[in-house]
Design a protein around this ligand. Structure first.
Ligand SMILES: [Cu+2]
Length: 155
């Protein structure tokens, strides 16, 4: 009887240790995930000059890791980016005035058919576009055509 109790206690102890180990393991995984997300945000928002990113073969991955261009104080930043074909660019409006991203020339937007948000986006909204065509593509804010930027797409 006494032996059985000791065996039961040992088994209980092992179960508790296993539970703690599983919980600790989950906690580590979550914090690593948060670090990866944080470093991605930092790396996509810091560059102020030209950036070049190798796209992966996976279109969904290219959509998930876009080059970021922000519109702030009526200026696109960075104003020109250089990317590989297949790379996504995410245009984010950080101004209170709406921004409508569109390919040149204004107002026909015919240089790169499809590269046109077709509407203004409010502050905090973004427009994601995957550039598959090689070339230098000028774009502008259709609601303030003097505000311009360039996306250079290379092989
Ligand atoms: Cu326009």
């Amino acid at each position: 009887m006494k032996t059985w109790n000791i065996a039961g206690l040992v088994l209980l102890g092992v179960l508790i240790l296993a539970g703690v180990w599983v919980l600790a393991g989950r906690g580590t995984t979550q914090s690593q995930g948060a670090q990866v997300i944080a470093s991605t945000i930092v790396s996509t928002t810091t560059p102020k000059t030209q950036v070049e990113i190798l796209p992966s073969d996976n279109p969904l991955e290219n959509m998930a890791n876009p080059v970021t261009v922000s519109h702030q104080n009526s200026v696109f930043s960075p104003a020109s980016v250089k990317i590989k074909a297949g790379q996504a660019v995410k245009f984010i409006n950080e101004d209170t005035n709406p921004v409508w991203i569109a390919s040149g020339p204004h107002p026909s937007h015919t240089n790169y058919p499809g590269f046109d948000a077709l509407k203004g986006m409010a502050k905090g909204e973004s427009y994601l576009f995957v550039f598959n065509k090689v070339g230098t593509w000028g774009y502008h804010n259709h609601l303030a055509p003097g505000e311009k930027g360039t996306v250079e797409v290379v092989e």
